[in-house]
Ligand binder design. Structure first.
Ligand code: CS2
Length: 440
């Protein structure tokens, strides 16, 4: 009988295609039965309801095409999920799970916006609503009961995700109780980790489809042990930040550029978009000319030749015809994604006085996308926690670039605002295709 050792917050498709299969493989390889996963859905009951009839077993379908373009699929049955809690139905059960003696790891895949603090949670110790609220009140219970500390493991696409999580948890905890914040800071660990696998959202909740590619570089700093995820290809590293930088800028930076240009041009999926020669040339040049120079050497991981191979591999992953990864899905929550995906690269380049024309086109594509209507006149909703603020900005490029929650001081930087305004005007007057074709 497996025991719960991991409480996982945010049981979306990504976790079910990444942390869970890796945990299942680690348990199978080591025979350790104490790493079972209790999943927590923070909002909806649908995943639980879909998995209950199957005893929480589900299928992971790894899909791509072979050399001749024929679709192929490898199926794995994932068995390490022991139950699912739905937080709004029973918040107390979530707190008890975090505070259970056998719990050693609290892991998270809650997306970028899942790290936003909700100060109202300070006054809701029994029934928090936010991820940070559950963690802080759950840890308070652990400490009050004299239990051992746990590892808080972020698996989201944030820069220095562990360090970021630690900062947010400590800030909230300090408002509650300074001694709690001290205990967390001293006893609990927050490893950084780089996670990589493309996992489109799927309507059939009992089957998660994903690409075969899998990568996970995780810092080996665990307060109470960990499964040997290397059984599934994870790498335990001393410092994950260089890996995160590489992945966020190359994979996610390109993804978001493809997403906004694709939505506007009517290219509904990533493989459809990357099949457009002008877009593919653009994405390759974005990486080669503007992103890779900020990574080479600096990351200490990949030299130029490796970066070129990484880029080629990535283009193949984007071209995977079996995933139907929707550009609209990646376009969600731009305000939360863009700073770490593009703007850190922009800042590095401007600091060296290098051109940012292609990054500026990506930013312009996001601003263009915010008008909520594509080039064919099709309307779509803007799914973003800051949607109301963004809508209130109007359409002037300078005002849009002045939106500090996303652009910070870049709004006052003419070397940023001018190319963005120029590319935005091009998108508005000539459209995506012609703007891409006009690039050198
Ligand atoms: C995507 C990511 O939806 C998005 O924003 O860019 O989910 C991406 O597919 C993964 O990070 C790939 O590892």
């Amino acid at each position: 009988m497996a025991l719960v050792g991991i409480v996982h917050l945010g049981l979306g498709a990504f976790a079910r295609a990444h942390l869970l299969p890796a945990t299942a493989a680690a348990m199978a390889a080591s025979g350790e039965s104490h790493w079972g996963v209790l999943g927590v859905s923070l909002r909806h009951a649908e995943v639980r309801d879909a998995l209950v009839p199957h005893g929480f077993e589900y299928t992971l379908a790894l899909r791509d095409a072979d050399a001749s373009g024929q679709p192929r699929e490898r199926r794995e049955t994932i068995r390490c999920l022991l139950g699912v809690l739905v937080a709004p139905e029973d918040p107390r059960a979530v707190l008890e799970a975090i505070a259970a003696p056998a719990t050693r790891i609290v892991s998270l895949t809650v997306t970028e916006k899942g790290y936003l603090p909700d100060p109202a949670d300070l006054a809701r110790p029994e029934a928090p609503r936010s991820t940070l609220g559950f963690i802080v009140h759950g840890l308070a219970l652990r400490r009050a009961r004299g239990l051992a500390p746990v590892t808080l493991l972020s698996c989201d696409n944030l820069a220095s995700n562990g360090r970021t999580l630690r900062g947010r948890v400590l800030a909230l905890a300090a408002e509650l109780d300074a001694a709690l914040a001290e205990w967390i800071a001293r006893e609990c660990t927050f490893p950084n980790s780089m996670v990589d696998r493309i996992v489109p959202r799927n309507d059939d909740l009992a089957v998660v489809s994903a690409e075969p590619f899998f990568d996970w570089a995780v810092e080996d700093r665990f307060a109470a042990g960990r499964p040997d995820w290397s059984a599934y290809g994870a790498r335990f590293v001393a410092h994950a930040e260089p890996y995160e930088l590489l992945k966020l800028r190359m994979v996610n930076g390109s993804h978001s550029a493809i997403a906004y240009l694709g939505v506007m041009a009517g290219w509904a999926t990533v493989d459809r978009a990357i099949g457009e020669p002008a877009l593919r040339r653009f994405v390759e040049a974005l990486m080669r000319e503007e992103i890779e120079p900020t990574l080479a050497g600096r990351a200490g991981i990949l030299e130029d030749a490796d970066l070129a191979a990484y880029r080629a591999r990535l283009i193949e992953r984007f071209a995977n015809p079996a995933l139907a990864h929707r550009t609209r899905q990646i376009a969600m929550d731009g305000s939360q994604k863009i700073p770490q995906r593009w703007l850190a690269t922009v800042r590095d380049r401007l600091a060296r006085d290098e051109s940012i024309e292609r990054l500026a086109l990506a930013v312009a594509a996001w601003l263009h996308f915010l008008r909520g209507i594509d080039e064919a006149g099709q309307r779509y909703p803007i799914d973003d926690p800051l949607a109301a603020d963004l809508a209130a900005l109007g359409s002037d490029a300078h005002t849009l670039c002045g939106f500090a929650p996303v652009f910070g001081d870049l709004g006052h930087e003419p070397r940023f605002v001018a190319p963005v305004a120029r590319q935005l005007a091009a998108l508005r007057t000539r459209g995506v295709q012609a703007t891409l074709e006009a690039l050198p």
